[in-house]
Design a protein around this ligand. Sequence first.
Ligand code: SF4
Length: 343
Amino acid sequence: MNPENRDVIQEKLNYLETMKFNPKKRKENPIQIKYEEPNKTNLKVDSQKTKFDANNKRNFEYIWNKIQEMREKRDSVVDVMGCHCAHDRNAPKEIRDFQLLVALIISVQNREESTYAAVQRLKQHGLNAQNIYNTDESKILEIIGGVNFNKTKAKNIKNAATLIVEKYDGVVPNKWDVLLTFPGVGNKIAVLFLNFGHGLEVGIGVDTHVHRISNRLGLVHTKLPDQTRVELESFVPKKYWSEYNVLFVGFGQQICLPINPKCEKCLLNNICPEGKKKLEGENENVEIKSLKKHKKNQRSEMETLEKIEINLNLKKEKTETPTLTLTVEDLYKNFSKSWKKPE
Ligand code: SF4
């Protein structure tokens, strides 16, 4: 029992004792027990620390710096197995570019680990445009194995090698619009190829992670990754474009997970609309549980009080019930004038 409540009950018991159990009086002055309200303010996230805005574009620099802080160790899967580190760094530039392009083609809707392993197997086979040009599509399919959409990707890799050898003299073109003519190469691949391979800040590579996190944070409000790219490029300073993808993807792999993001650990939970919603929802649950528990305690304490009151009533009634024990002599003494002792 809450010590404060115990004091209140004791006070009420004292009151009952002095009431002489006059039911009428009790009715006029019903007993009221007041309980302290639980401290709701302690349970909530402090949203006043930083200005909250459902449209967080104006907080972009703050968001960027906080994600940098959370990603300080650069130890997510994308940091060690991303497309930008799958190619052979010591190979000549045209081979590195081809390997990067192949890695990017395989990476579409595929996990980093699986993409990385497939590229390593292709490298063992000989991952350069000429060799892939000479390799059967079925063999490429066999090497890349169980990656998602493996048949389409094997075909795209083969077609890309054919185009590069036959049309571009064995060199992957470094023009965004030309890259888009390659089968299986969309905006994201073209942008990332030019970012990673040529250090060109031609755009922001937006995949599902980047799309999801940018929307959660209120940086954009879009339905499709391509819309997100256009929207982001309208206000994100160019100096951040080439780093944006890897920074956000790693953040999405470690903290802002697709399911059950770790908002409680996230340094942006004070300005992120999604994080605020999630944490306040959790706090509300805590509040509801706390209130339920409080009400349960309140009920049981009331019951205890009622029981004590009933017991006291019974005791009092017992002691107050007049028990008249008179002898014949007593009667004679008291009523002698009008009463005659029987013969
Ligand atoms: S608060 Fe949660 S939803 Fe928002 S960015 Fe952080 S982890 Fe993602």
